[in-house]
Design a protein around this ligand. Structure first.
Ligand SMILES: Cc1cc2nc3c(=O)[nH]c(=O)nc-3n(C[C@H](O)[C@H](O)[C@H](O)COP(=O)(O)OP(=O)(O)OC[C@H]3O[C@@H](n4cnc5c(N)ncnc54)[C@H](O)[C@@H]3O)c2cc1C
Length: 395
């Protein structure tokens, strides 16, 4: 990918200082969300452009963030956060960069799964390392032929003398080649359906694991995404056959509310940048925020930030309850879509400057689109919501 030309952000425009002007309901700052804010201010904002230019994932910076064991119990080296406490952490991370935040969400899911379900050698080798960030984790369910329809997966695990190996091909492996451990969802028989699915941990350094070159993407060159070829790769069983698909879906539910919170943070940041610009840019003798048409666009974005925040908080509180999955679907459907709409509006507020490659709004708009897809598309969330409507109506 090589290095990029120097920034083209014009010197005659206001500097892109983080203004944090988006108001509204916020929970009081917790130690964890303060840590996330400091991580973003001190490490993400100043370095994001250089990580992108070098196409290098900042693994040491992430390891030192103190945010790699969010859901791991304190006696295992984590922060032991509730989902409600994690909402603000992911919103802060989303303000820094949605793609980096997504990778940290995925790592945290794997760190929680290994520390929650593993025993013996697996727990010993990777539990503490994942919680501390010394090792990075990736969650791998998608295959070339199966994305939304995860039950169409073909990757096959085989048990011989009490040991498992896996053969198959995974696609869209975020942190492919960079992560140390991969939570791999695989079938354990040739029977159709998913009643035989299990979840395994595969080590990236295993001789049976190879990665393709990173995909070229619309944004976030620092985040490698690859295919992963598994050829009789050695695997640790994490969740037994029969429970693998439901465990994967439960992990994805948590990731969905992370993504909703990240989307809220991304949109709040875009609103800050656009509002600051609109207060300073003058046309026809007044700041553009005093032109009603433009002011209303910003007002609509502010409403979306508030609405996304409330939906995400409600979802976090409902996880594990019967209504949890639908509450998560509402937040995951709404917040990334709002981020796509809102970053387009914020770009419009910036006029021509919103189109500059080096302007953060262009990056945010590209990342917002990505957030609508990862961990279940907006259409899938609508399916979950509609099925719930049907169930309620037929009671
Ligand atoms: C940046 C990025 C990182 C990712 N990282 C990972 C990762 O680390 N690990 C991992 O396992 N996966 C990862 N993914 C994959 C992601 O989870 C899938 O892309 C996602 O599940 C959608 O699958 P698909 O792209 O195959 O789309 P498809 O399933 O082919 O769907 C195509 C379109 O059809 C729609 N559609 C499908 N079925 C229906 C239906 N029944 N009704 C209505 N509409 C429907 C979808 O919403 C979508 O719009 C990543 C994806 C991206 C973009």
């Amino acid at each position: 990918m090589g290095t990029r030309r120097p920034s083209t952000y014009p010197g005659h425009l206001p500097p892109l200082i983080d203004a944090r002007v988006s108001f509204g309901y916020r929970a009081p700052m917790t130690a964890a969300s303060a840590l996330a804010r400091a991580f973003v201010d001190n490490h993400v904002r100043p370095n994001l452009a250089s990580w992108d230019a070098a196409a290098t994932y900042p693994r040491e910076v992430v390891a030192a963030s103190g945010l790699t064991g969010l859901f791991v119990a304190p006696d295992k080296g984590g922060l032991g956060l509730s989902y409600g406490e994690a909402v603000d952490v992911f919103e802060e991370l989303g303000r820094g960069d949605g793609s980096l935040a997504f990778s940290m969400s995925m790592h945290n899911a794997v760190a929680a799964a290994v520390n929650g379900a593993a025993t013996g050698v697996l727990l010993e080798r990777w539990g503490g390392a994942l919680a501390s960030g010394q090792a990075l984790g990736c969650f791998s369910i998608t295959e070339p032929q199966s994305g939304t329809d995860a039950t169409a997966l073909r990757t096959r695990a085989t048990e011989r003398d009490g040991s498992w190996t896996i053969t198959g091909r995974k696609a869209w492996v975020s942190l492919g080649g960079v992560a140390d451990v991969y939570a791999v969802v695989a079938k354990t028989s040739d029977e159709p359906g998913h009643s035989d699915v299990a979840m395994f941990i595969v080590e990236g350094a295993d001789p049976g694991v190879t990665f393709s070159a990173p995909y070229r993407k619309a944004a976030s060159d620092f985040l490698p995404i690859t295919d992963m070829e598994l050829t009789e790769a050695n695997a640790f069983l994490l969740v037994p056959p029969g429970s693998g698909m439901s465990a994967a879906l439960a992990a994805i539910d948590v990731a969905r509310f992370d993504i909703a919170a990240i989307s809220v943070g991304l949109l709040a940041e875009a609103l800050d940048v656009a509002t600051r610009y609109a207060c300073q840019r003058v046309t026809f003798g007044k700041p553009i925020i005093e032109h009603q048409g433009l002011a209303w666009m910003l007002a609509d974005v502010a409403t979306d930030v508030e609405a996304g925040r409330h939906l995400t908080r409600a979802a976090a509180e409902a996880i594990g309850m019967p209504e949890g999955r639908v509450a998560i679907a509402h937040a995951k459907r709404f917040a990334p879509d709002a981020a796509v709409r809102g970053t387009a509006a914020c770009s419009e507020v910036l006029g021509a400057y919103g189109w500059l490659h080096d302007h953060p709004i262009a990056r945010m708009a590209a990342v917002a689109t990505m957030l609508t897809v990862v961990d279940g598309t907006a259409e899938v969330q609508r399916i979950v919501i509609a099925r719930d409507l049907q169930r309620r109506a037929s009671k």
